[in-house]
Design a protein around this ligand. Structure first.
Ligand SMILES: Cc1cc2nc3c(=O)[nH]c(=O)nc-3n(C[C@H](O)[C@H](O)[C@H](O)COP(=O)(O)O)c2cc1C
Length: 141
């Protein structure tokens, strides 16, 4: 079956554990309905999400997400066809941004937006191979 993967980055607005819990609860319910899987990388300075599934479902979901007031500066970094899901077991995996990704300084300099499509995809390929660890959100305000 032909599938589409789409990755966007955005800047969280009002990032806290309650907000994330709510986002993930709704995301997983709707993604299950829509045959979407993926991963949401999050930190107080960054959301980086991969959506994968049937093309129409991915574009509809992205359209809803891009209008969401809980983040700003939403930009698509990569979109393309694929035959294999990276996160087939996950209605939406939640991953904390990790040290091998980008530092806060790099994010604030715009490094994520400037990364190549290949670099972006490689982050998710590597992440999909790593064991899932329940994120602990050390929230700083
Ligand atoms: C960072 C972030 C990630 C989200 N991920 C998803 C998702 O994977 N699937 C989804 O259906 N909604 C996701 N949402 C929620 C949507 O923005 C939206 O609230 C939800 O789909 C319900 O749509 P509605 O508000 O138009 O009823 C996400 C929101 C944010 C802020």
């Amino acid at each position: 079956m032909r599938l589409m993967q789409l990755v966007y980055a955005s800047r969280p607005f009002g990032f806290d554990e309650l907000t994330l819990t709510d986002i993930l609860l709704v995301a997983r319910r709707l993604n299950k309905r829509d045959a979407i899987t993926g991963s949401l990388i999050c930190r107080e300075d960054l959301y980086l999400q991969m959506l994968e599934g049937p093309r129409a479902a991915v574009t509809d979901t992205y359209a809803r997400i891009s209008r969401d007031a809980r983040h700003t500066e939403v930009v698509v970094l990569w979109a393309g066809d694929t035959t294999d899901r990276l996160f087939g077991d996950w209605e939406m995996r939640d991953d904390r941004a990790q040290s091998w990704m980008w530092t806060r300084e790099e994010v604030s300099r715009g490094a994520v937006a400037e990364a190549s499509a290949q670099e972006i995809r490689d982050v998710f390929v590597r992440l999909a191979r790593e064991p899932y660890e329940q994120p602990r959100y050390d929230l700083k305000f």
